[in-house]
Design a protein around this ligand. Structure first.
Ligand SMILES: [Zn+2]
Length: 98
């Protein structure tokens, strides 16, 4: 019952991602602004919907995790591209000697 009460009041001042109650003194980031929702969707494939009774803020800790996740994804893509290029150049046969 307590959890139910917490969740029903959570939409006002909780982080949408971790459900941490955000103090009023903390700078709040609206998840539906500045492409934050799209950034989350880009790697999690979870389409966060806007709703009157759903939290719309994201905390600083979760934004840092989002940044780290994007950096990790970029690292994987960069490494994969390097390995693919290496494989392509390795497969090429050298010019025949005259
Ligand atoms: Zn959070």
């Amino acid at each position: 019952m307590e959890a139910r009460k917490f969740l029903s009041n959570c939409y006002k001042d909780c982080c949408r991602i971790c459900l941490l109650k955000l103090p009023k003194t903390v700078l709040l980031y609206n998840i539906f602004e500045d492409h934050l929702r799209e950034r989350i969707l880009d790697f999690s494939f979870i389409n966060l919907l806007e709703g009157r009774d759903l939290p719309k803020f994201i905390c600083q800790k979760c934004i840092k995790k989002l940044d780290a996740a994007e950096e990790f994804k970029q690292q994987i893509e960069i490494t994969e591209n390097i390995l693919k290029q290496h494989k392509k150049t390795k497969k090429r046969k050298p010019y025949p000697r005259l």
